[in-house]
Write a protein that binds this ligand. Structure first.
Ligand code: LLP
Length: 439
């Protein structure tokens, strides 16, 4: 078997006759030469295919009564919102920055759901100015602030309530959000969700439309979503019985995982969604409630495998008896996920794919911080040296959107590839950009 075969974990990866890694059909060596490194690449066709996979699965499971929202915290820039508009997707936005970007890209904001556990008065006003369709309300103070702003404008604002169903998805702590003691939402178990429904229903400028839950991220097991659906539908039945309130929307959040390394499972999206659909049908019958519109809010599974990052190797430093460090021209500023969560990645020698990988190295970033690592125990060819190109796979989600300017390092550009053509979607930041805000 060839050295690399196991590691081509995304369908948009291949190796050409020169032993170069190709992404979305293009030679990564040529892309690095044209756009420089570090470089974020994004496969537009893959993004669109992922949107369509969700829509096809949801249509089969729910007929017409569904909505797929792209959770744009995973990656937010204008080109992506244009794609979402063209693909007929809704979006989840969490800040004035995301709202501004989506609107500037011409996204129809009535299809936007505004999240966040702490929307300021200014956020609320800006979102209403932008014509955001739905607020996903997280707390009582926010409901009161929404009522006040909507009253001032003489409008009635669509709202859904974010509830915590009390489910532990066994994902890593930092991304688990559905547990009772989460900072997000109204807990069902403690009665807070009940209070929120009663409060929202008596606000004249709030139109309560339904409920939302998001149990966590990088979840592989459909069981987590089935349990969440059970709890949420039981709550919908309770709200109908107690308040006569008929929920028209049930948003089950995002969270479906993606493989980062060959050992990770590859979730079967169609199967997961069809199982959720079947469970919702049977529960609605049992509970004698009308089936609400079902929304999903995926971020990672829309963009992760559409991304790849290219780096150039600087130094190869062997500390005898300990380890070899290979340092690259990026690091925690463009990928904080290893430093933050210890996330696994597949990192490949982009232009030496045919070579045996006999050296085990730790890949370090360029920041002045020991924790600035991208991955440990990565197999690379013994010939690896300054100037070589490394490719880190599956970097489309939570990379560009979590990038920072630590050490005043400019953020890499994002290049979109569509039908074999590569174009800048976000230009490279310059040192002048970095100093532009300084007085
Ligand atoms: N909806 C809500 C309300 C969310 O909080 C999130 C993610 C999503 C949808 C999308 O979840 P996804 O399908 O992408 O798993 N920075 C972390 C992930 C944080 C996720 C936060 N919320 C990471 O890099 O793994």
């Amino acid at each position: 078997m060839k050295e690399f075969e196991n590691d081509l974990i995304c369908e948009n990866l291949s190796v050409n006759s020169e032993g170069h890694l190709c992404f979305a059909g293009l030679d990564t060596g040529a892309l690095a030469a044209k756009f420089g490194t570090p470089l974020y690449l994004m496969d537009e066709d893959r993004v669109r295919a992922n949107c369509r996979a969700y829509q096809t699965a949801a249509k089969a499971a729910f007929g017409k009564n569904y909505r797929i929202l792209y959770a744009s915290k995973a990656a937010s820039f204008k080109a992506l919102y244009r794609i979402m508009r063209e693909e007929g997707m809704g979006i989840d936005v969490v800040s004035q920055g995301e709202i501004f970007t989506a609107k500037a890209a011409g996204f129809p904001m009535e299809k936007a759901f505004f999240h966040s556990n702490n929307k300021t008065d200014a956020d609320i006003a800006a979102a209403m100015d932008a014509g955001v369709g739905y607020f996903v309300s997280d707390n009582l103070e926010e409901l009161a602030a929404l009522e006040k702003e909507a009253q001032k404008r003489g409008v009635c604002q669509n709202v859904i309530l974010r509830l915590t169903p009390g489910i532990d998805p066994h994902t890593y702590e930092a991304v688990a959000t559905g547990k009772v003691d989460s900072k997000f939402g109204f807990a069902i178990e403690t009665g807070l969700a009940d209070d929120a429904v009663a409060f929202a229903l008596q606000l004249p400028h709030i139109k309560l439309c339904g409920f939302h839950s998001h149990v966590g991220s990088q979840v592989f097991d459909s069981d987590v979503f089935l349990r969440a659906a059970d709890v949420m539908l039981a709550f919908i039945a309770h709200a109908k019985q107690k308040y006569g309130f008929v929920a028209s929307i049930l948003n089950l959040g995002g969270g479906i995982g993606v493989p980062y390394v060959a050992q990770n499972p590859k979730p079967d999206l169609a199967k997961i969604i069809s199982e959720i659909g079947a469970r919702i049908d049977s529960r609605c019958k049992e509970l004698a409630i009308a089936k609400p519109e079902i929304c999903f809010e995926p971020g990672r599974s829309i963009v992760a495998d559409a991304g790849l990052t290219l780096y150039t190797v600087g130094s190869v430093k062997t500390i005898p008896g300990y380890r070899t460090y290979v340092s690259v021209d990026g690091g925690m500023t463009d990928n904080i996920r290893y430093a933050l969560y210890g996330s696994s990645y597949t990192i490949l020698p982009a232009l030496k794919m045919g070579e045996e990988r006999g050296l085990t190295v730790d890949i370090a970033g360029r920041c002045c911080e020991s924790g600035d690592m991208l991955q440990r125990k990565v197999p690379l060819p013994r010939s690896i040296a300054r100037g070589d190109l490394l490719a880190c796979l599956t970097t489309g989600a939570y990379h560009y959107s979590m990038a920072s300017n630590y050490n005043r390092i400019p953020r890499p550009p994002v290049v979109m590839i569509r039908a074999g053509k590569a174009e800048l979607a976000v230009r490279r930041e310059t040192v002048e950009d970095l100093a532009a805000l300084d007085i």
